[in-house]
Design a protein around this ligand. Structure first.
Ligand SMILES: C[S@@+](CC[C@H](N)C(=O)[O-])C[C@H]1O[C@@H](n2cnc3c(N)ncnc32)[C@H](O)[C@@H]1O
Length: 350
């Protein structure tokens, strides 16, 4: 948690960022057109957009002293002699400012395109919200703008630091709580109107070391399965759950068997909207292999991925947005690209 002085300084920093015109340069929204950044704020673009060092004296002419001191005290700016640089990434996330780690093999906190995809499903959130696998807070903070209260749960200790900085930066500290822990364990016995989750969801062969933010077990559904199993306990009667993830399949479509089992076991209606379909070759395979936490063993790891996917008869990876609600009779509705067009399916179970 931060002191009152630090929180006030961060809100002033946010106001300065809003004035700077940097918002569009730092957003992930592909439709955003960069706006003109006034001359006196160009130094902020060099620091946070281009990732360059800047003269401390020059920055002091643009940023008030107490704000600068807070950014340094929180480690958000790093000083070397008379230069300052940002060790972290600053992004504009649908109007919110977010600090997170820069992308690197050592990074422990994640913020990516799927963070954005899921956040879009949460606009206008109401009531009590639970954000699982919260990371640096993109979904929790989007919800906190409109919801009554947001509880965020995250297992990685470093994320808490970013989460509280980001909550303060956006003036949302009073609306959120952060609980360190494993998935639903910290909220046993509580109910929520909206539950969101961006879990680690990459399918990874057993024995291949993988970042905690990315590895979703053999089929990528390890956390999703646990979440759906626990959902009836934590979802309010009219509540909904929104998840982003990925499922294996072949050229004709995703393998929906796991979702059918989850729906039947927990009496849920599960809607799986597949948004992309990638062959488990070329760039996609390279990305999966590249995230493994091993050095100099690329070929061995690639072989492990290939034989793992062959054993599962999987040739494609489908990224999805999943919606789940309670249902008197369990069902799975799906949409996906089957190679020639969009396919829509609905299966209900007795
Ligand atoms: C893909 S990242 C998503 C982070 C953030 N919600 C976002 O969208 O940018 C997955 C996050 O889940 C966290 N995580 C992994 N296993 C977890 C668990 N069992 N309980 C809670 N959090 C977990 C990771 O540390 C990581 O921050």
């Amino acid at each position: 948690m931060l002191t009152d002085e630090q929180r006030h300084a961060l809100v002033r920093w946010k106001d300065l960022l809003a004035e700077s015109g940097l918002e569009r340069a730092l957003t992930r929204d592909p439709d955003a057109k960069p706006t003109e950044i006034p001359e006196r704020f160009q130094i902020l673009a060099r620091l946070f957009h281009e990732g360059l060092e800047v003269e401390a004296r020059e920055l002091a002419a643009c940023v008030p002293g107490d704000v600068l001191a807070t950014l340094e005290a929180l480690g958000l700016l790093k000083r070397a002699a008379d230069k300052l640089e940002s060790p972290y990434r600053l992004a504009n996330h649908m109007g919110l400012w977010l600090f997170s780690e820069k992308v690197s093999p050592q990074a422990k906190c994640y913020y990516g395109n799927d963070s954005f995809e899921l956040s879009r499903m949460l606009i206008g959130a109401e009531g009590n919200v639970l954000d699982l696998c919260a990371g640096v807070g993109p979904q929790a903070l989007i919800c906190a703008r409109t919801a009554k209260h947001v509880t965020a749960i995250e297992i990685e200790p470093l994320a808490a630091r970013f989460f509280w900085i980001n909550a303060a930066l956006n003036g949302l500290t009073d609306k959120v709580e952060f609980l360190a822990g494993d998935l639903l364990k910290p909220v046993a016995g509580r109910k929520f109107d909206l539950i969101s989750c961006n879990p680690p969801f990459m399918p990874v062969p057993p024995g291949v070391p993988y970042p905690v933010f990315a590895g979703g077990g053999g089929d990528g559904l390890y956390i999703v399965r646990r979440l759906m199993a626990g959902l009836p306990e934590v979802l309010a009667p009219d509540g909904r759950c929104e998840v982003v993830g990925a499922v294996l399949g072949n050229a004709a479509g995703p393998d929906l068997a796991a979702f059918k089992q989850m729906a039947a076991d927990s009496s849920l209606a599960i809607i799986v909207d597949c948004r992309t379909r990638e062959e488990l070759e070329g760039k996609t395979l390279k990305q999966l292999v590249g995230m493994a936490m091993v050095e100099g063993k690329g070929e061995e790891v690639e072989r492990a991925f290939r034989s793992h996917f062959a054993n599962l008869n999987a040739t494609h990876l489908y990224c999805f947005l999943l919606h789940a609600v309670r249902a008197p009779s369990p069902m799975v509705c799906s949409s996906f690209w089957d190679g020639s067009g969009m396919s829509f399916r609905m299966e209900a179970f007795p």
